[in-house]
Design a binder for this molecule. Sequence first.
Ligand code: XIL
Length: 397
Amino acid sequence: MLTISAHTLPTKLALTLIICTTLIACGGSGGSNAPQSSSSSSSSSSSSSSSSSSSSSSTGGSVVGLYELADFPIGIAVSAGNESRSFLDLEEKQTTITQHFSQLTAGNIMKMSYLHPAENTYAYGEADTMINWGNTNGLSVHAHTLIWHSDYQVPNWMSSYTGNWETMLNTHVSEIVGHFAGKVVSWDVVNEAFENTVIGYRNSIFYQKLGADYIENAFSAARAADADVELYYNDFNLVSETTKLNHVLAMVDDFQDRAIPIDGIGFQMHIQIDYPSIESIRSAFKAVVDRGLKVKITELDIPINNPYNANATVYTSLTEEAATRQRQRYFAVVEAYLAEVPAAQRGGLTIWGLWDGDSWLATDNDPGWPLLFTGPANGPYEPKPAFYGVYDALSAP
Ligand code: XIL
């Protein structure tokens, strides 16, 4: 499992090793190159953590970054541009990101309303800055997302557009993909177009205007604008809602029959600590693998409380028990990914935020603690047991 990522530039490796001399996740001098868990009761999923990391770490027992354990991108969703707590304003975020991740995704600033605020205006500056930082520091960029129904993400001018929708959306896609050609490696072309219903297609403004055609039009326009970028369809609950997954698979089959370009399926995976089952996750991955497409986990986060399960234990803090369960859950998801998806079809694994305080799931009532690192807000960020769940799974032989 231990191969150096394609994004592991020599400069990045050197940077990692320098950083690793000072940070907590870099292991100690105790013989194992793997980081030591802060959870004493977490051994159940960590048996393989120490053996396989030694071959790529340097002398002195430095621990490798997460991305160095994987032969596919290990991504992180970031705030950037004018968003609060932009990683570009916080050196500690940059430190942790370069140490452990090989890919960036904008949590927001590459969505429709940000990039295309008026019909004839494209606003690329913030995204360009983020992408330049990534590419300078050895991180690729998975871009998110060209078409998404979410009300606040459809620009106002578009919602009230009265012209030719097909032409307008094709222009939207081809302008944006063309601008970023060569700078991003993949796109979530269409986000959340299906529902878990008999009809399947979400009754979005795009569907109302163009029917299902808007989806294939977007993929074709994206391919025409960049022959090399990987094109994903991205959605949530694909590992838990079989009807919805089947609609997506039917779309894939139809695209493949008619040579509509598509390279992979993005599984958002905003999942629960106890739901869905690992078997369900595995069979969803397998269904996509069987069609020859890439599987990318695009937005993984796993809060410790499941509000939909009335019988679940409710944690009001990140107890050792909760942290251990979360570690085991992260381990199991990554283990399932590695088991079901052959190396050539692994599009990557992206975590939807760096540290718990940054998570979109955190509320005043329940912080959720869904991510791999803990704060303080401005860093330095410390790996949680959940981090070691991912680390151990990636390290397994
Ligand atoms: C979320 C962001 O993380 C939040 O900051 C924002 O307020 C709402 O959108 N599925 C997606 C992502 O595809 O774009 C969403 O991101 C989370 C759900």
